[in-house]
Design a binder for this molecule. Structure first.
Ligand SMILES: CC(C)(COP(=O)(O)OP(=O)(O)OC[C@H]1O[C@@H](n2cnc3c(N)ncnc32)[C@H](O)[C@@H]1OP(=O)(O)O)[C@@H](O)C(=O)NCCC(=O)NCCS
Length: 200
């Protein structure tokens, strides 16, 4: 997973543990309180990880509240993204001056059920060159990562066909005109990073 990082992007992963809901700051808990304990544990683990990354970057590691739409609200000067599955939390952060927007997703390295794949994949998506049994799971994960990077900028709810992915080129574009570069790893889990830079 560290192979996805770059000098301007810090990312990490952390196993979710029983007491991780206690890592949420009070202002974060206030925006997450209604959720089940397992979800609060995952959110606590991801936020603790993101705060460690902000500190490593020399940034003030403040609260990351959840907006009404579900997106994380980052401290001033920071952009980032969070994701979790049943066991692992992942996070990425960057200085907003360096990176326009970033999205991350984590998925088990297992085939996506065919009925879900049929909802996710369109003829416009390019998946050649990726491990055939994981191609649609990777595509699914890439679309979620792109959505998370796009949403804070365009505030538009996108469906899977609204995002076109080219895994061979490592590129994505949405129907709202958002473009991102893609980086991913497949093992031991699928992790996808969608990164948008400031216009030149
Ligand atoms: C964003 C979304 C795709 C996340 O998927 P998920 O599998 O439920 O959860 P993940 O573990 O991958 O990610 C969870 C994190 O995503 C982030 N997130 C949620 N909504 C977000 C949004 N609108 N924009 C950016 N990030 C968002 C949050 O940080 C969340 O962590 P938290 O719950 O600890 O605050 C999903 O919640 C959603 O909003 N879907 C509606 C739109 C959709 O599904 N379109 C088709 C996909 S392109």
């Amino acid at each position: 997973m560290q192979g996805l990082a770059s000098p301007r992007l810090r990312l990490g992963c952390r196993r979710i543990r029983a007491g991780d809901a206690g890592l949420l700051l009070p202002e974060e808990t206030a925006t997450i309180a209604a959720r089940q304990l397992s979800a609060r544990q995952a959110s606590g683990a991801a936020r603790a990880l993101a705060r460690d990354l902000m500190e490593e970057e020399g940034l003030e590691a403040g609260a990351i509240i959840r907006s009404a739409a579900g997106s994380p609200v980052w401290p001033a000067g920071v952009t980032g993204s969070l994701a979790h599955d049943d066991e692992m939390a992942v996070a990425v952060i960057a200085r907003r001056s360096d990176i326009l927007s970033v999205g991350i997703d984590v998925e088990p390295a297992a085939p996506l059920p065919d009925d879900v794949a049929a909802l996710v994949q369109t003829a416009a998506d390019v998946v050649t060159g990726t491990a055939r049994n994981l191609a649609t799971r990777l595509l699914f994960s890439a679309k979620e990562a792109v959505y998370k990077a796009c949403y804070p900028l365009h505030e538009t709810i996108l469906d899977y066909p609204d995002i076109r992915i080219d895994l061979t080129r490592g590129e994505a574009i949405t129907i709202t005109g958002f473009r991102a570069g893609l980086r991913f790893c497949l093992s031991p889990r699928i992790v996808v990073l969608a990164v948008a830079f400031h216009p030149a």
